[in-house]
Design a protein around this ligand. Structure first.
Ligand SMILES: [Zn+2]
Length: 436
């Protein structure tokens, strides 16, 4: 059944086709409705497709043939969903008929958020640690161990129920794709069940056995790296797409991190790295060297780190909820963008350093604290996240994209930063189905 969403105040497509070409009616911020009307009768889907059959592509670094381009939006727009995909976008005045119609009432519609960094397989909570931190105690990587103890003691069903609740919380807030890491088990069976349970909820599963060295290996960290690269990897790789490592003082150094990533690649996993969160360490350079899809955090960068990320295939994924929740300085998103890096925003939802699943919060922080424009921040939370997961079917609303979209209570994307802390989700669709 096809669905027409019409009377959209601003449709953010992140896709150059149609809106790049005035003749196709999209034409920038305010389309020429008269000209579009003059182009002829309301097209059926076939006619619309024919009109856009040879869309003009805007060259974008790293953009796949069907993937997201730069931020792109059209006013007074409509969108048709058919069989779970975006079948048509264009001016509302030219919208084709569909089986069902939704009147957006002038609200903005955007691609669903793509959260490329989250730690959702865990038990317990660390509210008291947060309160202590706000009272002046510093955040250290070792705090992860308290969640490790709780996670090891939890049943599969407890872990599954917690993940189900968090996934629903994300979806209700517009996150239609999320990545999920292991990393709170740190034994072979606990990591294996973590990735296995994560795989029940998302295809974007990351093996993070190298999150922190567990207490029982404190005097033998090399032995733990061997386990992560050997038996634990063998047990986890069948359930995961990605391998990750927390490359940081107090966690894993450069050589250990490189060993984990290379072993993961040999097992068919693609690398991503927790890099340069607390110190300007070797993580970013390592991520670029191994061709990681993403270097995450990037809160402490040297000029050489910025140069390495610029125009690379490694996305700089910024997690401003962490700086908010740890009271650390924010990463310099403006510097990265100006240098030519691709920037994504993600929640890093986890029980320790940031227990928020709110992408609108990340957008507001990116605009307010990291000097991204509202367009850059929304792109980073949608198309940027897709780029960080090497996905071309999400993060944009070009024809053929998966119909993952959010409708917000406001006429433009800017409302996500302009009205911080306000629940703005007026509708969420995933794969064409309205889920909120
Ligand atoms: Zn993380």
């Amino acid at each position: 059944m096809s669905v027409l969403i019409t009377n959209i105040g601003e449709l953010v497509t992140n896709h150059p086709e149609r809106d790049a070409d005035p003749d196709l009616g999209g034409a920038g911020p305010v389309p020429g409705l008269g000209a579009a009307d003059a182009a002829g009768a309301v097209p059926g889907l076939g006619a619309a497709d024919a009109a856009g059959a040879v869309p003009r592509r805007v060259a974008e670094q790293g953009a796949g043939p069907a993937g997201p381009g730069s931020f792109a939006a059209m006013a007074r727009a409509a969108l048709v969903i058919d069989e779970g995909r975006v079948a048509w976008t264009g001016p509302a005045s030219r919208a084709p008929a569909a089986d069902q119609m939704v009147d957006a009432g002038g609200r903005a519609v955007l691609p669903g958020f793509v959260d490329s960094h989250a730690h959702l397989v865990f038990a317990g909570e660390r509210g008291a640690e947060f309160a202590a931190r706000m009272a002046g105690q510093p955040y250290r990587a070792g705090g992860i161990r308290s969640t490790v103890a709780a996670t090891r003691n939890a049943t599969d069903d407890q872990l599954r129920a917690n993940l189900r609740r968090l996934a629903a919380e994300m979806l209700a807030q517009g996150i239609t794709t999320f990545e999920c890491k292991s990393g709170y088990g740190l034994t072979v069976p606990d990591e294996a069940r973590s990735v296995s349970i994560a795989a029940e909820f998302t295809p974007e599963v990351t093996y993070l056995g190298a999150h922190v060295v567990p207490l029982e290996f404190e005097s033998n960290p090399g032995g733990y790296v061997d386990l992560v690269c050997g038996e634990m990897l063998d047990a986890c790789a069948p359930h995961a797409q990605w391998v990750d490592v927390f490359c940081e003082q107090g966690a894993f150094g450069r050589d250990e991190a490189a060993a984990v990533l290379v072993a993961g690649q040999a097992a068919g996993l693609q690398p991503r790295v927790h890099a340069n969160q607390l110190t300007a360490g070797p993580g970013v350079q390592l991520a670029v060297q191994v061709g990681a899809a993403s270097a995450d955090h990037c809160s402490n960068l040297t000029d050489a780190d910025v140069d390495a990320l610029a125009y690379s295939d490694t996305v700089a994924t910024l997690l401003p909820g962490v700086e908010f929740s740890t009271r650390h300085p924010y990463p310099d998103g403006r510097r990265l963008l100006d240098a030519g890096a691709t920037v994504a925003l993600a929640t890093d939802c986890n029980p320790g350093s940031c227990f928020s699943s709110s992408m609108p919060l990340c957008i507001a922080l990116a605009v307010r604290e990291m000097h991204l424009t509202t367009q850059e921040a929304v792109w980073a939370a949608t198309a940027g996240g897709a780029r960080a997961l090497r996905r071309t079917d999400v993060g944009h609303l070009g024809t053929g994209a998966r119909a993952d979209l959010v409708m917000i209570d406001g006429p433009s994307h800017a409302y996500l930063a302009y009205r911080p802390g306000v629940p703005l989700m007026a509708g969420v669709w995933r794969a064409g189905e309205r889920v909120a």
